[in-house]
Design a protein around this ligand. Structure first.
Ligand code: 3PG
Length: 397
């Protein structure tokens, strides 16, 4: 794909797809990370003489105009991040959008209204994509986290205009390549979260690509059950036991070592600071539930990290949202952070809960790269082609 360095932007209107789908409460942005991450791309376009016109979605209005999902509400956060005023057009296409673009001067930034207010966005309709394309001369996609959607603003535009990846898109793709595409070996993946069923494709892909796979969270219980171990009242998908056994045997053939908990933290209720104890992984009392990995498991994970050169992490190891069942996640995250600081590990993490967990552990800053993506990160870990990325690659030819 092209990067911004490949593009002639002087005097051009640059349609720039960004992901500013940020969490909000009472009209206030509660986490501006995604907004802050697009600043370098906007700046670079401006430095090259281009005028950025930002295209984005917000939430899921399903082709209708929903006032509570207007992008107008993120303008103040965008202005704060960019340190300049940002113009807003109440439409993404048509007369109002054209007039707003025509009024732009060098140095300006314009944000267009939510592209998902138009049915043609999600159906990737040609006419809608063409009306977006008519607003500018160049297309830049900086929205890796929306690249798993084949929408007009994420995929269609790359077929209509000279196109390039923005700096964030480029950084995301480079980090992912360093983690799974072309990694330094050994590679260890940590996969946690509640269910095997939602991460089946991901597990099947990873066992073919990594040397070590650490399984944690509720899904580890399903793997314990698959080995005939009783897990009491723990969350487990008993109907996935056969599938879990298949994954274990496929991993063996592929030369991937799977690491399951050897000890666990159990409690009688799912509540913060519920009385708890550490038991062997095969000794969960019938009336208790597993809420975290135990200290022996963490020690083992630390050892695996120390032997590895690359780490890719998705999903917490325990019920990290309630204390003290965040302990294993925090300790493993701290170990990864330390090895990364020492230059011994390349560490990449992504997916909504994961980033929250690593932030909570205070480890996120030391990771080599934290993806801004949720669903797109998962699909990429599943080995799927992301339409937004594929379109950028095709547009270079
Ligand atoms: C995200 O929040 O993961 C992206 O903005 C994509 O949003 P979507 O799942 O609504 O397509």
């Amino acid at each position: 794909f092209n990067t911004l360095d490949d593009m002639e932007l002087d005097g051009k209107v640059v349609l720039t797809r960004v992901d500013v789908n940020v969490p909000m409460e009472n009209g206030q942005v509660t986490d501006a990370t995604r907004i802050e991450k697009i600043v370098p791309t906007v700046r670079k376009i401006q430095e090259k003489g281009g005028i950025p016109v930002l295209l984005a979605h917000f939430d899921r209005p399903k082709g209708q105009r929903v006032d509570s999902m207007s992008l107008r509400q993120i303008v103040p956060a965008l202005e704060a991040a960019l340190g300049q005023t940002v113009a807003f057009a109440p439409e993404a296409v048509g007369g109002d959008a054209k007039r707003a673009v025509a009024a732009l001067k060098p140095g300006d930034v314009l944000l267009l209204e939510n592209t998902r207010f138009y049915p043609g966005e999600e159906t990737n309709e040609q006419v809608f994509a063409a009306s977006l394309a008519a607003l500018g001369q160049v297309y830049v996609n900086d929205a890796f986290s929306a690249a798993h959607r084949a929408h007009a603003s994420t995929e269609g535009l790359a077929r209509l205009l000279p196109s390039a990846a923005g700096l964030l898109m480029e950084a995301e793709l480079n980090a992912l390549d360093a983690a799974l595409g072309n990694p330094e070996r050994p590679v260890v993946a940590v996969v946690g979260g509640a269910k095997v069923s939602t991460k089946l494709d991901l597990l099947s892909n990873l066992i073919r690509k990594v040397d070590h796979l650490v399984i944690g969270g509720g899904m580890a219980n399903t793997f314990l059950v698959a080995q005939g171990i009783e897990v009491g009242k723990s969350l487990a998908e008993r109907d996935m036991a056969d599938t879990a056994r298949q994954i274990l045997s496929d991993a063996k053939s592929a030369g991937c070592t799977i690491h399951l908990p050897v000890d666990v933290v159990v409690a009688r209720e799912f509540a913060a600071n519920a009385p708890h104890e550490v038991v062997a992984a095969d000794a969960c009392p019938a009336d208790a539930m597993i809420l975290d990995a135990g200290p022996a498991t963490v020690a083992k994970i630390r050892e695996v990290f120390a032997q590895s050169r690359t780490l890719i992490w998705n999903g917490p190891l325990g019920a990290f949202e309630i204390e003290p069942f965040d302990a294993a996640t925090n300790a493993a995250a701290a170990a990864a952070a330390e090895l990364t600081r020492e230059g011994r590990l390349v560490s990449v993490a992504g997916g909504g809960d994961t980033v929250a967990a690593l932030n909570k552990a205070g480890a996120a800053e030391d990771f080599t790269f934290i993806s801004t993506a949720g669903g797109a990160f998962l699909e990429w870990m599943e080995g799927k082609d992301l339409p937004g990325v594929a379109a950028l690659i095709a547009s270079r030819r």
